[in-house]
Design a protein around this ligand. Structure first.
Ligand code: ZN
Ligand code: CU
Length: 497
């Protein structure tokens, strides 16, 4: 080990000793101790003369920046399940919420929201009429993880328009722009769309460009569940790139995939297209490590004839976890009829090709995002398994890329892409968001049959200098913050509240 660093203190709050530090930049691991004082890392090196109030023995373990889950629907989980166990159990210390056009704020409702907004819950949860109220709720009762929030285009549409099956009129676009601008000033980091979904499908490109135009002046990015991930996936990428260029903002393509048997293999073309575009504009993408997707019940998808599992159903909660065809057989109807009867509800769709999943994961600019759905009765296992599955299954066991590279795609890369300052990297001065894990045993244990199972091999997770997960359980501490763009540290001096 290297000599003690000049800044090594005699005592500090936490020392993580003897681990292999993987710093999040992709650089090779190196053996080092790590000292934390307050919320920051203060020294890295041989800290044999430093005593910590808390000491973690990390010998034989990797010490990495806490993972950033760039694609989540945790808007409500942060409030209703603030220990964030599905996330901290994987080593996740920051989540980006408000994806796929769905954000809990700004929107007040007195009736059940239309799908897919109901993924976040029924009308009882929709009471944040402005983003600032949501931000205050998070700051008043913090969760175990940090969060950065996008504002959902479908959320804006539901709050602004009397019918969603048409383009927004000029006055409605103006109101959505004003709501987005206010939200950005109150701490949101960008805009998300879900142009695939009925709540946003009728929005033409021009509507999205007009709203996204607000992002440039205030600083923010555009994140999208594209209009079509199946037969017209390349046109959808073109539309996304056009929106980014015309609005003058960086874009992120969510959960990149090509859907349906006849589109298997097309990630060769889509990744080549994205790579070409990167020479002209800022483009990011994320991916989850599974061949099944999950969302609300979509009759379109169910008609494709692929295997489908029911993940939740309001009228038939007993169907959760069952194969849709078994439910249909029991009811003596076809699967479309069964799906209609299960609504409102959610499903898991086995509609991706393993080779495509590996190809996207292997793309050097791909970030990792779980897309976990925390309120589903029988959730897709990605909710509990995404990060350990990339580390253990895809990096270690299949050798798609090295461990340092896997960590970079979960830490340094997303921090840079989303403008999260002083996180996603292990260095003196950065926030102490850290995970200690065993590279030899880390693995997901959540499966489609048993989806609610914590991963193996995650020893300790630290958020803002405080231990939130240890020895297979939450500690109960909740040191998370709302992260504003470029600040990383909660309210920045210039942020208007
Ligand atoms: Zn989505
Ligand atoms: Cu999503």
């Amino acid at each position: 080990m290297a000599a003690p660093p000049a800044e090594a203190p005699a005592r500090c709050d936490l020392v993580i000793r003897g681990g292999e530090v993987i710093d999040g930049t992709g650089a090779p691991r190196r053996r080092a101790d790590l000292a934390v004082a307050g919320e920051r890392v203060v020294a890295i090196g041989d800290l044999g003369r430093t005593a910590g109030a808390v000491e973690i023995d990390a010998s034989g373990r990797a010490v990495a920046p806490g993972f950033i889950d760039v694609h989540t629907h945790d808007d409500r989980l942060l409030l209703s399940g603030p220990d964030m166990a599905p996330k901290v159990s994987q080593g996740v210390t920051t989540v980006i919420a408000g994806n796929c056009g769905i954000s809990l704020a700004p929107l007040r409702l007195t009736r059940r929201p239309p799908p897919p907004l109901d993924l976040l819950g029924d009308e009882r949860w929709w009471h944040f009429g402005d983003f600032g109220t949501y931000a205050e709720a998070i700051e008043r009762a913090p969760a175990a993880t940090n969060v950065a929030m996008l504002v959902g285009h479908s959320t804006l549409r539901v709050g602004t328009m009397d019918s969603l099956d048409r383009p927004a009129r000029d006055g409605e676009v103006e109101r959505m722009r004003a709501l987005l601008a206010e939200s950005l000033r109150q701490g949101a980091i960008g805009l998300s769309t879900g142009l695939f979904y009925p709540t946003a499908r009728s929005a033409p490109t021009d509507e999205v460009v007009a709203i996204a135009g607000t992002l440039k002046a205030l600083g923010g990015l555009y994140v999208t569940h594209m209009r079509d991930e199946a037969d017209h996936v390349e046109e959808s990428i073109d539309e996304t790139l056009e929106i980014g260029r015309r609005a003058g903002v960086p874009v992120v393509i969510s959960h990149h995939k090509t859907v349906g048997r006849r589109n298997f293999g097309r990630t060769r073309e889509t990744l080549a297209k994205i790579e070409r575009a990167r020479a002209r504009q800022a483009v990011g993408l994320d991916v989850y490590p599974y061949i099944a997707s999950s969302s609300v019940i979509s009759i379109e998808r169910i008609r494709m004839g692929i295997p489908v599992l029911v993940s939740w159903s309001v009228p038939h909660p007993e169907a959760a976890g069952r194969d849709l065809d078994d439910v249909a057989a029991e009811w003596g109807c076809d699967r479309v009829e069964a799906a209609e009867r299960l609504k409102p509800g959610g499903a898991i769709y086995f509609q991706l090709d393993e080779e495509d999943v590996r190809r996207v994961l292997s793309y050097p600019h791909a970030m990792i995002g779980s897309d976990g759905l925390p309120h589903d009765a029988r959730p897709h296992p990605r909710l509990w398994g995404t990060f350990p599955r990339v580390l253990g299954h895809y990096a270690r066991d299949l050798g798609l890329f090295g461990l340092e590279e896997a960590v970079r795609r979960m830490t340094g890369l997303p921090a840079a892409c989303f403008g999260i300052a002083d996180r996603g990297v292990v260095r003196a001065g950065a926030f102490a968001d850290l995970v200690v894990f065993d590279p030899l045993t880390v693995i997901d244990r959540a499966t489609f049959d048993e989806p609610v199972r914590p991963a193996a091999g995650i020893d300790a997770v630290v958020v803002n200098g405080r231990v939130v997960w240890r020895a297979g359980a939450s500690t109960g501490d909740r040191p998370g913050r709302l992260l504003r763009r470029g600040s990383g540290a909660g309210p920045s001096p210039s942020s208007a509240r």
